[in-house]
Ligand binder design. Sequence first.
Ligand code: 13P
Length: 343
Amino acid sequence: MKIQELQETAAAMTAPGKGILAMDESTPTIGKRLASVGVDNTHDNRAAYRELLLGTDGLSDYVAGAILYDETIRQDCPDGTHFPQLMKNKGIIPGIKVDTGAKDLAGHPGEKVTEGLDGLRDRLAEYVDLGARFSKWRAVITIGDGIPSRACIEANAHALARYAALCQEAGLVPIVEPEVLIDGDHSIERSFDVTVETQRTVFRELYAQGVAFEGMVLKPSMVISGKNASNRAGVGQVAEQTLRCLRSTVPAAVPGVAFLSGGQSDEEASAHLNAMNEMAADLHLPWRLTFSYARALQNQPMQIWKGHPENVASARKALLHRARCNSAASQGRYSPDMEREAA
Ligand code: 13P
């Protein structure tokens, strides 16, 4: 695969004013989201919900690509259109989650390692045939008493690098996602230290496996206080510490950084991204900073939809609103007034 093609895809995924819609929840995970609004986790309901998201007119003004789950890339919309075809019609690049989930790491209670390398080359070839242009693998790092261990960070970084190398060989741009979880009561300083160590290790492994930094996208968590911390850091501090971390760890050749929302509220996720992009101009950052949110884009549409066809139009309006806010944030042009205007 020519590096130029990977670079073009990576540039399109993080084009100015655009981000990525993560809608790659596994069947059990989407089941929890559907249950929260009283909808059964059936094949048809999952298709109807995902068609609601991708069928939103105007979404491609703010979203360059969307990450699908294995079921969706093979599935038809309720009107019979294949999902990758619908995305093509809408101008949204299809991506695919290819890991098979975070499993308990042997000998390390409370820690996970992401699986899915066995047979991955063949699965990637199939996904390319189905229309995918990029892929995603999520590693999970938990902060707690005495964790993360080096064993956990190294095992996850190694798997991410092996995955990324296979993707580039297949012509897919790998989204490399080392998520340091927000769960816990840790300070922002601890989040900084763990995120720096994780990202340093990830880039060392990517280099060791010969991954071309030009043809990948990093999907990190922000440097942020634990969800249950007392005195959680404010927006400015999150932005400053996240940028300090990225500048110490991410090579300039990487074209784009697309954050996950990680359990932040919708408005927090927009405000943090915006603050970073406001600071970016003075810092002459080498990479684009944008979003690859799942919950912070989907919370409202899911709450409004509740499985009723008559709610589809307002659910789509809510999705478009969050996408517009995050697009603005990716250019340092978001303000809380945008929320009031929409209300
Ligand atoms: P959240 O934005 O909900 O954290 O999800 C992003 C994602 O893709 C997790 O893998």
